[in-house]
Design a protein. Structure first.
Length: 560
């Protein structure tokens, strides 16, 4: 897309970033070659990107296509490294190159990319500068309403910036915004507002040292606005100041443009002779600059002047020159169109590749994210299962501990019950022993006093004594057997398994010993002498194979 021809002086804030010579080496006539060699040698990605941007900046002065090529190289490297700051700078540089090539839509896209970074990082100065650049693109596209919105947004930011810091760069940006707002107002037909903006820009520019370029542009645009509105004295004063500044700055293209504007001014005030002088000066200087577009405009002005004066020969001469210049420009324009189409196709192709790469990355990120979610889910499930298993093990351990405690309590309870029953059994045995002793006492008393009774009574007493002795032995044993079996129900079975040859009396002796009864107590309950019980115990140890063992008989039987 070619830039449309616009009859105003547009200021684009090209110096959006300041480069430091100490980073890139000394300025020499072979700067670009030196930088290209340096770029090939750079070890870090950051320095390679910065060097590519510096080369792009150098080419922007002479070869916009090369400038775009290196800016896009910097963009590609910055995207790979993920350095968002350098990516933003590279986009700004590419935007400037596209603007110079007439690729306005692509230029706006690159500037917008930088704007996104500046907004995300709250970079007020960067935001404002790129706003100026975006507004310049919209002015070239003659989108005046959108350009004005963008400039007003930048104006608010820079007014605040200047009031806070009075920074010279901020003041330059503010003067640029006023200049471009003046252009918007003039194009919309509001000359009064246009003049106000130009004067505000001049007031700001006057405070900036060594800024002749913006000052001359403001005076030039102000002079043209005054000329259109018919304020010729003010118009000449502004145009003359612009010319003098450009002469001091040796801005030849600006000088030629100023002479052309003074020629137009002279025609308006009716001084055709002075107009011719200004036009001839403009032609001479424009030829030095090689500006074909400026020459075409001046030839057109001179042709119209001679045509109005009805000077056919001169009019024809400049008409021929105008036609030749027009053909040259058309040739250049055609070349520019072809170049623009070529670059646009390249840009579109790169955009397709970039979008395809972006889509591939998004798909990779999606699958990587999905895999990560699956891994996290699996880990989460494993964690939940492990926790559940751990809780189950803890519960089983708790249940086991509770079961052990219950078993211990049950065992303790059984032991207590056994001890209680053993005590009851021992108590009963002692009771039986006492009863036997009492019966024995009665029998002894009867025997002692029996001789004193009559003979028939003695036989009766002897029978009673016999019955008492028999009853005493049977009742004691039966009572003992019943209670002992109730407490130690498996004792006799186990004892029989150990030695089935034991006699009834030996089994009874084992039962008494199981109750930990003494020889005296056993003798009392059985009616035998203690000596007989001792002998019986010795025979029992032999039968139970405890003769040569250190284990006692009572201890052995307590384990049965």
């Amino acid at each position: 897309m070619l830039r449309k021809s616009i009859t105003f002086t547009l200021v684009l804030l090209l110096n959006a970033f300041s480069w430091h010579c100490d980073v890139f080496g000394s300025e020499t006539g072979n700067r670009i070659d030196s930088l290209q060699k340096q770029m090939d040698k750079e070890l870090t990605d950051t320095l390679r990107i910065l060097t590519a941007l510096r080369i792009s900046d150098e080419y922007s002065k002479s070869d916009a296509r090369k400038a775009l090529e290196y800016a896009e190289t910097a963009i590609s490297w910055a995207e790979k490294t993920g350095n968002k700051r350098l990516l933003a700078i590279a986009n700004n540089q590419a935007g400037l190159a596209c603007f110079n090539l007439g690729l306005l839509e692509e230029s706006a896209m690159h500037f917008s990319n930088y704007m996104g970074y500046a907004q995300a990082h709250n970079q007020i100065e960067g935001m404002s500068r790129v706003l100026i650049n975006i507004s310049a693109v919209r002015l070239q596209l003659r989108q005046f309403e959108k350009a004005e919105e963008t400039l007003i947004e930048g104006l608010d930011i820079f007014l605040k910036k200047v009031s806070e810091t009075n920074d010279s760069i901020a003041r330059l940006a503010l003067a640029t915004i006023y200049n471009n707002l003046g252009i918007v107002s003039k194009e919309k037909g509001d000359l009064k507002m246009s003049v106000q903006y130009y004067n505000k820009g001049l007031a700001v520019a006057a405070t900036i040292p060594s800024q002749n370029y913006i000052m001359a542009n403001l005076y030039n645009n102000l002079g043209m606005a005054y000329s259109i509105s018919g304020e010729y004295a003010k118009a000449f004063d502004a145009l003359d100041k612009a010319l003098k500044i450009r002469i001091i700055s040796n801005d030849k293209q600006g000088i030629a443009a100023s002479y052309r504007n003074l020629g137009l001014y002279s025609e308006k005030i009716g001084d055709d002779k002075l107009a011719k002088t200004h036009y001839y000066n403009a032609i001479a200087i424009a030829k030095e600059t090689g500006s074909k577009t400026l020459l075409e405009g001046i030839y057109d002005n001179v042709f119209n002047l001679y045509k109005r004066l009805e000077n056919a020969d001169s009019a024809l001469k400049y008409h021929i020159l105008l036609k030749e210049q027009h053909e040259l420009i058309n040739t250049e324009e055609t070349t520019k169109v072809l170049t623009g189409l070529e670059l646009t196709m390249q840009f579109q192709e790169k955009e397709k590749l970039r979008k395809a790469e972006q889509k591939r990355k998004e798909q990779w990120y999606f699958f990587a994210g999905l895999l990560l979610v699956m891994v996290v889910t699996i880990i989460g499930l494993l964690y939940i299962l492990s926790q559940a298993r751990l809780r189950r093990l803890r519960l089983e351990q708790t249940n086991s501990e509770l079961s052990n405690k219950n078993l211990q309590l049950t065992k303790l309870q059984l032991e207590l019950e056994l001890e209680t029953k053993n005590k009851e059994l021992a108590t009963n045995v002692m009771y039986q022993i006492q009863k036997n002793e009492m019966v024995e006492g009665i029998v002894q008393k009867l025997l002692k006093h029996s001789p004193q009774f009559r003979k028939e009574n003695q036989e009766l007493i002897a029978g009673i004594i016999h019955d008492l002795e028999k009853t005493m032995e049977d009742s004691v044993w039966n009572e003992f057997e019943m209670r002992f079996q109730h407490v130690h129900n498996d004792f006799y079975n186990k004892l029989n398994e150990l030695n089935p040859d034991l006699t009834t009396n030996e089994r009874r002796l084992c039962a008494f010993l199981r109750l930990n009864m003494t020889t005296k107590e056993i003798a009392s309950i059985t009616g035998q002498s203690q000596r007989s019980i001792e002998v019986a115990r010795t025979r029992l140890r032999k039968k139970l194979h405890l003769t040569n063992s250190e284990q006692g008989l009572i201890e052995y039987l307590s384990q049965v």
